[in-house]
Ligand binder design. Structure first.
Ligand code: MN
Length: 356
């Protein structure tokens, strides 16, 4: 080997040694996540908000994440993208915590989005907002920004679980109230750790949050949550339909998917009938091409899927591999997750239908 080549190798070795020790320095760096988050520019304040039709996970991930950011010295405030009703309302009442104010227009504001990454599901004006963080456990949605942002997505059962992992990573202990909210979002989104989206991390943090929350009878507590979820006292059928409703852009189509659980008081047959009567009106009012409802009856192990809109019958039949009834409904075995099961089936149905 020529001396020049030797020299080059030596230099290369020295460079790689130097970068090694630099890497080592970085690995012992106290909390990189904290540095990244606190290093961003938040202006006077930043609003943390979940998706429209706020459910437990959207509401409580926003509240707990705002509390976590406050501990890092950031002036963060929680908001909700609509009136808090049913299950999350019960959780807040039981905890003695007021609901965050409703945010109706995000135009020009500094915001953090939790539990969604679709503009179609976000507060109006989100496309004109300054989005600083997105904390989510769904597939990447339609949200795009022209500037760099903190995009933190993990494939866990709830956004509340993600926020709980961030408390851990940042070395922060949630208060009993924060643990209670995080636990409730986790329980709700994973249907008490039974849904297809539940991961070992969800189980581990469930146990940890339960101990921190001070809740003594978790079975009874979740039974009350479920009861609140399916108690639609004083609500119109349109409000029931929209109580857990998400909009998606799928292959150029605007699609709405609502999820409602049947109960002893409102059986799945009656629920299906009542939703069918109002769903086309909701579809038209929202300018959607198709609407599908996921009406689950866990007891009977079935899900009823009424649908409306041009082509929705073919899409539903292709999605679930079954024939629809004459009154526009598919009856299938129980589906536990809109995100992991229902939405992928509809997306595949639409793509098959488009290629017929
Ligand atoms: Mn969620």
């Amino acid at each position: 080997m020529k001396p020049l080549k030797h020299l080059l190798l030596l230099v290369l070795a020295a460079v790689s040694l130097a970068s090694c020790s630099e890497t080592e320095e970085h690995t012992v760096y106290a909390t990189p996540l904290r540095t990244v988050i606190t290093g961003m520019e938040y202006g006077d304040s930043v609003l943390v908000v979940g998706h429209k039709s706020p459910d437990s996970d959207a509401t409580f991930s926003a509240m707990a994440y705002a509390a976590l950011l406050q501990r890092l010295g950031i002036n963060a405030k929680a908001r909700v993208a609509g009136k808090v009703i049913c299950e999350p309302r019960y959780v807040l009442q039981a905890a003695g915590i007021p609901a965050p104010p409703v945010l109706t227009d995000a135009t020009g504001l500094n915001v953090v989005m939790t539990d969604h990454s679709e503009f179609a599901q976000a507060v109006d004006g989100m496309a004109q907002a300054n989005i600083l963080h997105v904390i989510d456990h769904h597939g990447t949605g339609s949200v795009t920004t022209a500037h760099p942002l903190f995009y933190y997505a993990l494939p866990l059962g709830s956004t509340c679980t993600i926020v709980a992992t961030m408390y851990e990573e940042l070395g922060e202990q949630p208060t009993a109230a924060e643990a209670r909210l995080l636990l409730s979002g986790l329980l709700s989104d994973t249907d008490s750790l039974t849904s297809a989206t539940t991961t070992p991390t969800d189980r581990r943090l469930f146990a940890q949050l339960l101990a921190q929350s001070g809740i003594s009878d978790i079975g009874a507590y979740y039974a009350e949550m479920r009861r609140a979820r399916t108690s639609f006292d004083g609500m119109t059928d349109e409000e029931i339909l929209l109580s857990d409703f998400k909009e998606y852009d799928i292959e150029g189509l605007r699609v709405g998917i609502g999820s409602v659980f049947a109960s002893e008081r409102l059986g799945v047959e009656e629920l299906c009938q009542r939703m069918r009567a109002v769903m086309d009106g909701v579809r038209t009012a929202k300018g959607l091409d198709m609407v599908f409802m996921m009406l689950g009856d866990r007891q009977a192990d079935v899900t009823h899927v009424p649908f409306c809109g041009d082509g929705a019958r073919q899409v539903a039949e292709l999605a679930f591999g079954a024939s629809a009834t004459p009154d526009d409904c598919i009856v299938t075995r129980y589906i536990s997750s809109r995100k992991a099961q229902f939405l992928p089936a509809i997306t595949e149905g639409i793509s098959k239908w488009k290629n017929i």
